[in-house]
Design a binder for this molecule. Structure first.
Ligand SMILES: Cc1cc2nc3c(=O)[nH]c(=O)nc-3n(C[C@H](O)[C@H](O)[C@H](O)COP(=O)(O)OP(=O)(O)OC[C@H]3O[C@@H](n4cnc5c(N)ncnc54)[C@H](O)[C@@H]3O)c2cc1C
Length: 463
């Protein structure tokens, strides 16, 4: 194909990855993004690839499921990973970033890359928009909060049903407003750093038995934001609002986001429960309440969260909330390269395909861009093996009987065989399984990499 041109709708994590991947391979890209003219309720900045909730891109450990994805992202030249590493803030094994610096740098790359034309616009009919701009292919990466006109177009032309879902945001507290005499720094299962000037990445608010049950009761009794008429609350199990946990049972939070295990107090004893706080930025001026996504009304959040030890005078930089999540029934609507069954020149990437999370969405952005590139060069779609991280995600959404967005996790990868001795070693069995699955995924990806990218075609670095 001569002078190939691709429309990417959405300058989020998937859209930016896809745009740069294609531009680096000599394809002209029109990147259409609405947020600078009409932001959605979770967007706070004008920058692209905004991290709307936590600032964590999850584990860097090569033997974790997110580590597997990072290996593959690196192999595909991921911008999200590159900028994530450049703007990282300390967070133990996790790759957490300074969210403003992260998004600012990605925006700068989008705007400065020869071959990418950024247009501030709300796309409502992607086929008509692509035609108007002379684009041969379109990638829709409009994310969990796709705007209504596009959503309507998709409902009418692609999806028909299975469209609404919900997700939730955790509050962020001003570091200067906390009472540190009641808090302590410690990373779970790690000794407190002994070297002077060093501190753990996590700050913890310990609770006694009485404090914990009073807090849970307050969560249950507090006023929640009611669901809108068109809403039907269905949450990701891995991202449940803390008030829903409290409603599920008195002990639920203590075995989840308020788990004390591995967070011994300085005197060596274990608190009854713990609220964990993670730094929001490098200077540590703000903390995110880990796992505290919530449906509580703003005034109720302030009242209830101020009962956490050390939070008596807390000032919240932003409060938690609940948001919609738009995604397709990919198994019904899409082919395995995430092109539409109905319109072969129309592709989908990111969370809208039914994956969940920043890293997962960015990975799918790269996956789809590589499939579009293959198509441009006249190659068939390349279906990745299920023992790779991205292959496992694609396999999950394409075979799910009932679409239910998922993060990457070892359950999506094929089972690994353990030796008799490894099976008997109960203490290390899980770790060995993960290590083996991760090694197999890396090996599989390294083997298929030359098949993914049509390397024999000219690869021009136009950045
Ligand atoms: C409330 C909430 C909390 C979340 N919490 C977490 C979390 O803690 N950890 C985590 O890993 N993930 C979290 N997620 C999910 C995470 O945000 C997504 O996985 C990720 O951002 C998806 O990437 P994406 O590129 O698919 O979409 P996005 O990053 O959302 O990007 C889509 C872009 O498309 C634009 N757009 C939408 N409609 C149009 C249109 N019609 N025309 C042009 N542009 C359009 C949007 O403005 C946006 O910039 C959360 C999501 C929400 C909504």
């Amino acid at each position: 194909m001569k002078n190939p041109k691709v429309l990417v709708v959405g300058g989020g994590l998937a859209g930016c990855e896809a745009a740069l991947y294609l531009a680096r391979h000599g394809v002209s890209v029109v990147l259409a993004e609405v947020k600078r003219i009409k932001a959605n309720p979770s967007q706070k900045s004008k920058s692209f690839a905004e991290l709307v909730c936590t600032n964590s891109l999850k584990s860097k450990d090569p033997n974790s499921s997110h580590g597997i994805l990072k290996h593959e992202m690196k192999g595909l030249g991921s911008l999200v990973l590159e900028v994530g590493l450049k703007t990282s803030v300390p967070a133990g094994d996790a790759l957490a970033v300074d969210r403003e610096a992260f998004s600012a740098q990605i925006t700068q790359v989008m705007e400065a890359t020869k071959g990418i034309e950024v247009i501030d616009v709300e796309v409502s009919d992607p086929m008509a928009f692509a035609k108007k701009h002379g684009c041969h292919f379109t990638i829709i990466a409009s994310g969990p909060l796709t705007t209504s006109p596009l959503e309507n177009w998709l409902a009418e032309n692609i999806a028909k049903e299975d469209f609404y879902f919900y997700d939730a945001i955790a509050p962020v507290v001003d570091a200067d407003s906390l009472d540190y005499s009641k808090l302590y720094f410690k990373d779970r299962h790690k000794p407190v750093p002994e070297e002077e000037g060093l501190e753990a990445d996590y700050l913890n608010a310990p609770m006694t038995e009485e404090q914990y049950y009073t807090f849970i009761e307050a969560l249950v009794e507090s006023e929640k934001v009611p669901a809108q008429k068109f809403e039907d609350y269905k949450f990701f199990e891995s991202c449940l609002p803390v008030d829903i946990m409290a409603e599920r049972g008195k002990e639920t939070a203590r075995f989840s986001c308020m788990k004390p295990i591995g967070l011994e107090l300085p005197d060596g004893t274990l608190p009854y429960a713990c609220v964990q706080l993670r730094k929001e930025n490098l200077i540590g001026s703000a903390f995110n309440l880990v796992g505290f996504q919530t449906r509580l009304k703003y005034s109720e959040q302030v009242r209830v969260f101020k009962t956490i030890p050390g939070f008596e005078k807390a000032s919240f930089l932003h409060l938690g909330s609940v948001h919609r999540n738009t995604f397709l029934n990919s198994a019904k609507a899409l082919n395995w390269d995430f092109s539409s069954k109905k319109f072969p020149e129309l592709f989908f990437a990111g969370q809208i395909t039914g994956v969940e999370g920043y890293t997962e969405s960015a990975s799918i952005g790269l996956y789809v861009a590589s499939q579009v590139l293959r198509k441009i060069h006249g190659h068939e779609a390349y279906i990745w093996p299920v023992d790779t991280g991205i292959g496992a995600l694609v396999n999950y959404v394409m075979t799910a009987k009932k679409p239910s967005p998922s993060n990457i996790n070892f359950g999506l990868l094929p089972k690994v065989e353990l030796t008799k001795d490894e099976r008997r070693d109960r203490k290390n069995r899980k770790k060995v399984k993960k290590t083996k699955a991760s090694a197999a995924a890396r090996e599989s990806f390294d083997k298929i990499l030359p098949n993914i990218i049509p390397l024999h075609e000219s690869v021009s670095s136009r950045v």
